[in-house]
Design a protein around this ligand. Structure first.
Ligand code: ATP
Ligand code: LTN
Length: 337
């Protein structure tokens, strides 16, 4: 087998959702639903980046609960723990260790250009140095598992580019150690926008609770939020981001949750006003979320979840330690194996 065919035979994904707040349907559209789809095609590692969450201050009880919640969402959405490895980042010490090594490879200038850092630090006091170096830890997460593909929302593609640069830089300096990963970004739903303002990403950090739909929102809350979602004065359900961003965003949400293409949705609502469209959109979301919510509540505080995470951490550590040792050896550290 040639090098190329060996690599294409071993397709592996790794991704994670930060436990830093309640998950909204943007995270489902941009990340979670892709995880569920890809697990059949790829060898998969899904982790909870809890070490990333502490780049901004976290209440300990809250961090604890959110970390379990994200793991529970993975299982509830349909990630099969028998097939995929599900684990907490802080339970695999290799992440922090390779994270430090990647910091030595990253340049101050390139970290300064990360838009997520700029957005999250802008105008704030007491910004931690970890918020700045965070992309090096993210590179470590990915490179430890020799991931070939990383499914994420659009906001993470810049971090993925940096990860690729760091992997290549390391490989050039110390010999081929890391697989250079690719981002996988879906066309539809990679960036859901706020229900109140289609210019802003749907985000739990928005103080207006009506701007996002949470994964655990009750049916009536979902219906109410959608009935208040902004549209435009044209009255036609037409997918046209340039001229009709608010309606196009709702069409994307429909597409994510209902599984139809944007053209099918346009055809279905031709000649109907926004009222009928929004009503049906609410039902499509409610129907998709109901089984996920049910399973979530069943598992979040269960011993079953503890067991999945324990097993996952052991399997992940086996894999991660192999890469970490290879990287340390390549750099000249004294290793005993
Ligand atoms: P925020 O900055 O809004 O507080 P975040 O960017 O920290 O949230 P996470 O919860 O870590 O969001 O997001 C998990 C995943 O979901 C990431 O891969 C991210 O790209 C994706 N994602 C987050 N928000 C959206 C959105 N509005 N549309 C599509 N994907 C999203
Ligand atoms: N940076 C991501 C979360 C994250 C991640 C990762 C995603 C940390 N490490 C590795 C994919 C692969 C975020 O802010 N959403």
């Amino acid at each position: 087998m040639t090098q190329k065919s060996t690599e294409s035979a071993k397709k592996r994904i790794l991704s994670g959702i930060k436990p830093s707040g309640e998950l909204n349907i943007g995270g489902y559209a941009g990340a979670l639903r892709q995880f569920v789809e890809y697990q059949h095609e790829y060898e998969s590692f899904f982790f909870v980046p809890d070490l990333h969450a502490i780049t901004v201050a976290q209440d300990p009880a809250e961090l604890h609960r959110r970390s379990r919640e994200i793991a529970a969402y993975y299982v509830a959405a349909g990630i099969d723990p028998e097939k995929s490895v599900i684990f907490l980042q802080s339970q695999v010490p290799a992440h922090a260790e390779l994270g430090w090594i990647m910091e030595t490879q990253a340049y101050f200038g390139e970290l300064s250009r990360m838009t997520q850092f700029k957005e999250k630090s802008d105008g704030k006091e007491g910004v931690s140095s970890a918020l700045f170096t965070y992309p090096a830890l993210m590179a470590s997460d990915i490179l430890l598992y020799q991931a070939t593909h990383v499914p994420v929302g659009e906001d993470q593609t810049q971090h993925l580019e940096l990860t690729r640069d760091l992997a290549q830089r390391f490989n050039n300096r110390f010999g081929r150690t890391f697989t250079v990963p690719e981002a996988v970004v879906q066309e539809i739903g990679c960036r859901l926008m706020g229900l109140d303002d289609p210019q802003k990403k749907m985000s739990k950090s928005n103080p207006n609770k009506g701007s996002y739909i949470l994964m655990l929102d009750e049916p009536d809350v979902i219906r109410k939020k959608l009935s208040r979602a902004v549209t435009d004065s044209e009255g036609q359900v037409r997918y046209d981001w340039e001229n009709k961003p608010a309606v196009s965003n709702l069409i994307e949400i429909y597409s994510v949750f209902g599984g139809q293409t944007t053209e099918e949705i346009e055809r279905r609502f031709e000649g109907q006003g926004y009222g009928a469209f929004k009503k049906e959109l609410a039902e499509v979301i409610v129907e998709k979320l109901a089984p996920i919510q049910r399973r979530f509540h069943e598992i979040v505080d269960s011993a079953e979840l503890d067991e999945i995470l324990n097993r996952g951490a052991r399997r992940a550590a086996e894999e991660a330690n192999l890469t970490l040792n290879a990287a340390k050896k390549a750099m000249g550290f004294v290793t005993f194996d």
